[in-house]
Design a protein around this ligand. Sequence first.
Ligand SMILES: NC(=O)c1ccc[n+]([C@@H]2O[C@H](COP(=O)([O-])OP(=O)(O)OC[C@H]3O[C@@H](n4cnc5c(N)ncnc54)[C@H](OP(=O)(O)O)[C@@H]3O)[C@@H](O)[C@H]2O)c1
Length: 285
Amino acid sequence: MAKIVIVGHKGQLGRMLDAFPTGFEHVGLDLPEFDMTDALAVMDTLGTIQPQVVINAAAYTNVDKAESESDLVYAVNAHAVGHLARACHRLGVPLVHVSSNEVFDGAATMAYDEWDQPHPTSTYARSKLAGETAARFFHDQVLIVRTAWLFGPGGNNFPAKIIAAADKHGQLRVVADEFGNPTFAPDLAAGIMALVGRSAPAGIYHVTNTGAASRYEFACEVLRQAGRGHVPVTPIAHTEWQRPSQPPLRAVLANRAAAAYGVVLPAWQDAVTAWIERERREGRL
Ligand SMILES: NC(=O)c1ccc[n+]([C@@H]2O[C@H](COP(=O)([O-])OP(=O)(O)OC[C@H]3O[C@@H](n4cnc5c(N)ncnc54)[C@H](OP(=O)(O)O)[C@@H]3O)[C@@H](O)[C@H]2O)c1
């Protein structure tokens, strides 16, 4: 049976890609058994598996810690992506590489199209852009899928943290001047698999749930739908929320390229509904 390799299959997105039904056999790779920073191991492992497609959902994703661990961040998010791209080039198979809205500086007033000029402003974001560049340098069959504000079932993510904080403190302060596209990991997994299934060509794709929100709007919607709409939420400026790295304020993505292949994800508010239903069904809420 034809095989899809999912690198980072234990992560928030990787688990959803692995669980998504396709006509392929899924082969998951992740730490500690598989370290993609080991160039020879990447070449050997993929050469042995002989996949038809490789999807890379692995990354160093701790944006704040990245500021003090730049060697490791670049090893995983940039150099290792180059290893995957070289191995895929040798096998002659496409590489789908997941990247981030944070490659943009967020200074724009409109949503970013796929062809807009990136300008990353943090260590994590610079490493993600370097990963995109490395992938496309070593291989011509690369689909870069940029996404944003990912949340999945059972993850340590923004909606889960908002609900936990509301239950603990009875009130919240949430940044109201940072905007993005909340994106449900199962929806993104379905979008990526649709691009693969429709043989979308090499290029950059912005794939998020439809619509954008501020952190404050996202939090209010989560609390409302989770039956905690009575919890007072105070909107604050990003300058009142100190953190080691400053995320881009308006790195909202516009989906032009994937939409041309019929890949348009549901509205982010519907994604919140789906997330809450799943958290309840699986006993986490
Ligand atoms: N989370 C977001 O809000 C967001 C937003 C935009 C874009 N993205 C991008 O979306 C993708 C998926 O993110 P996610 O939230 O699903 O990430 P995640 O939950 O942190 O999962 C990443 C996975 O990669 C693994 N990994 C790390 N280093 C590795 C290595 N050297 N070799 C093999 N595997 C390694 C991790 O293992 P360990 O856990 O053991 O380290 C983990 O299982 C990433 O490319 C990320 O940059 C995420």
